[in-house]
Design a protein. Structure first.
Length: 249
């Protein structure tokens, strides 16, 4: 097992359970509010039926009018309560979806976590094949991060990781996915770009990171999407190029 794969395995053990631990409290609350709203609607419907029955038998006009007013007021209150519960349920569902969205993102860098990132990368491969466009696959490995953490503290190392992703976002298109694949490893795709264009983008990213953190940098492996490639074969070729320091095939 390569050094990179060992690091990814350790990172996976720490991160794979995150999505399953996301709170579903908002979703439960929304379901509960929907049930309350349904009960309020049923109560309002019962009041409507009672109003109709009273209107059909009128022992004394004043008694009927008084009963009708009370029932109408209660029916209106039940309907208002049902509407309020439904609005609150919608808010709870929006919060629940926001939590799920956040669960797909790495808390430190804002890049995709590995699980959702894998889906995003496969999507880019399929999109490139449909459009018959070039797709560059780029594997980043931050150099010397452990030394930075040991020498300057983890906050310094975290700043490098955050600024790397910020630099990547500045040089890539908005729809090019960035994935935190391991502790100090990132993967991205660059669509509609050949090998030289991808290398130029990577160089720009490195220059930006070097300006923010003097002496910091990364190793990179590049691979171009080929006819029979899968995500796994692309990762393997980019990882090989990174580890061996040879040009992408």
């Amino acid at each position: 097992m390569t050094k990179a794969k060992e690091r990814r395995k350790r990172f996976d053990r720490r991160g794979t359970g995150t999505l399953s631990r996301v709170s579903s409290e908002h979703q439960k609350q929304a379901t509960k509010r929907d049930r309350v709203a349904e009960e309020s609607d049923r109560a309002a419907a019962e009041q409507d039926r009672a109003i109709q029955q009273l209107a059909g038998r009128a022992p004394r006009v004043d008694q009927v009018i008084d009963a009708l007013e009370r029932l109408s007021a209660k029916s209106a209150a039940d309907r208002r309560r049902a509407a309020g519960d439904r609005e609150a349920a919608a808010v709870d569902r929006e919060r629940h979806m926001a939590e799920l969205d956040l669960a797909h993102l790495d808390e430190l860098t804002g890049a995709y976590r590995r699980g959702m990132g894998r889906i995003a990368l496969v999507h880019e491969i399929e999109r490139a094949r449909r459009s018959e466009g070039a797709l560059a696959f780029v594997y980043f490995d931050v150099n010397g991060l452990k030394d930075v953490n040991d020498r300057d503290g983890h906050a310094a190392g975290d700043a490098i990781l955050r600024d790397l992703v910020t630099s990547m976002r500045a040089k890539l298109r908005p729809y090019d996915p960035i994935v935190r694949w391991g502790g100090d490893e990132f993967i991205c795709t660059i669509s509609h770009a050949g090998l030289e264009a991808a290398r130029s983008r990577v160089e720009d990213i490195g220059n930006t990171l070097g300006e923010l953190h003097h002496g910091s940098g990364f190793s990179v492996g590049l691979a171009m999407l080929a006819e029979n490639d899968t995500l796994e074969t692309l990762i393997e070729r980019a990882d090989d190029a990174l580890l061996e320091g040879r040009p992408a095939r």
